[in-house]
Ligand binder design. Structure first.
Ligand SMILES: C=C(O[C@H]1C=CC=C(C(=O)O)[C@@H]1O)C(=O)O
Length: 371
């Protein structure tokens, strides 16, 4: 099958997941699982899949299950193909309204407060996000946005997933929360950022400055430590590079560490492992509960399914779950884009604002918007 058909035939409400290894398209909701506890959600999905060998479950986990439940479905039809590449781009009309939530100056204030509170409460890191609300006169052209994200190779995992209430999540993330293939597990946490530049000299300098940044290495180490600590009890062997590597998307440089392991118990599924890892310090902070509380105090919105996870799992328990960042929640004629950044005691609030602006570019570029 021509993999491009999976992209062309996507309609809002379908599930689309493009990874470096495959493309998955799911349509029609069969069994649907909603649960505010990600671990019991994973168990219910496994039980349902084991009754239907060969079937696949797909879906999303929210950032905070107190705000929204995990939403996993067994689509009525699933097609898989190799990775899709497209060269063309599709035109997208401009929004009639663009509103930053909060105002950029308020985000700088929130980061300033966060830096102070980190030391007062003994936190090592918190991740603060802001949003851009776009309103359109016409229905949001979700298929065209997805097409352009694929054309841009905007992130290793390009996704669109239906959400409860006729909404959808759309984006392209570089970050793998967890994949499981037989006994092999992989997680590729990302933290530490710098913008790409159209000028090759500046671009290289930005990458080199990030690779040498002590503040970004601290931000990254907090994340990798948490991933390793969570995966260790599940794995007989865990390989963790000593130092993070410089990784990139068309819009961002990041520090990334590819962690690989071998499962002790093959009954532990991809979704169960993703649920154990989530929320990582890439999108929440450390310690987790105190960081989540601080996010609730300082951000003026619910994150919903931003900074959650999106992915699939099969009847064997294999699957891939990516961290749902560089994304937007889409309604009929509006979108909310999200971008966040890790705050540590050495963070500079103005630089953190700029970092979120750079992260919005993944979607803004795909939409042909220069904001
Ligand atoms: C939380 C986001 O990015 C995370 C992933 C990579 C780098 C990050 C950082 O450097 O702060 C964030 O942890 C986001 O894009 O909204």
């Amino acid at each position: 099958m021509d993999a491009r058909r999976l992209l062309e035939e996507f309609t809002p409400g379908d599930f689309y997941f493009g990874t470096p290894r495959r493309t998955i398209h799911g349509a029609g909701e069969g069994a649907t699982f909603t649960d505010s506890d990600a671990v019991s959600l994973s168990e219910a999905v496994s039980a349902a899949l084991s009754d239907e060998p060969g079937s696949l479950a797909v879906g999303v986990l929210p950032f905070d299950t107190a705000g929204a439940p995990g939403h996993v479905v067994v689509p009525r039809s699933v097609r898989t193909a190799e990775p899709v590449t497209v060269e063309t781009r599709q035109p997208i009309g401009a929004p009639s309204v663009v509103r930053a939530v909060p105002e950029p100056v308020r985000h700088v204030e929130a980061v300033t407060r966060a830096v102070k509170i980190l030391s007062e409460r003994g936190l090592r890191k918190v991740v603060l996000a802001r949003a851009l609300d776009l309103e359109f006169d016409e229905p949001v052209p979700a298929q065209a946005i997805l097409h352009n994200l694929v054309a841009d190779k905007a992130g290793a995992y390009t996704f669109a997933a239906g959400l409860p209430g006729d909404r959808m999540l759309i984006g392209a993330t570089p970050e793998l929360l967890l994949s499981r293939s037989g006994g092999q597990v992989v997680s590729h946490p990302h933290a530490g950022s710098a913008p790409r530049s159209a000028d090759p000299v500046t671009d290289r300098e930005n990458g080199e400055t990030l690779a040498a940044s002590k503040k970004d290495h601290i931000e990254h180490a907090v994340l990798t430590e948490a991933i390793v600590e969570t995966l260790r009890p599940f794995c007989r062997r865990l390989e963790v590079p000593r130092e993070p590597s410089l990784v990139s998307t068309p819009t961002m440089w990041h520090l990334g560490t590819r962690v690989t392991g071998e499962l002790i118990d093959q009954d532990v599924t991809a979704l169960r492992l993703a649920a154990a890892l989530h929320p990582t310090p890439a999108i929440c902070g450390t310690p987790t509960d105190a960081a989540r509380e601080l996010v609730g105090e300082l951000e003026p919105f619910e994150r919903g399914y931003y900074a959650g996870a999106v992915g699939w799992m099969d009847a064997r328990g294999d699957g891939e779950w990516a961290v749902s960042i560089r994304c937007a929640e889409v309604a009929e004629r509006s979108m909310r884009l999200y971008a966040g950044g890790g705050i540590v005691p050495a963070s500079d609030p103005k630089a953190e604002l700029d970092e979120t602006s750079a992260k919005f570019q993944t979607l803004l570029r795909a939409m042909g918007l220069d904001l």
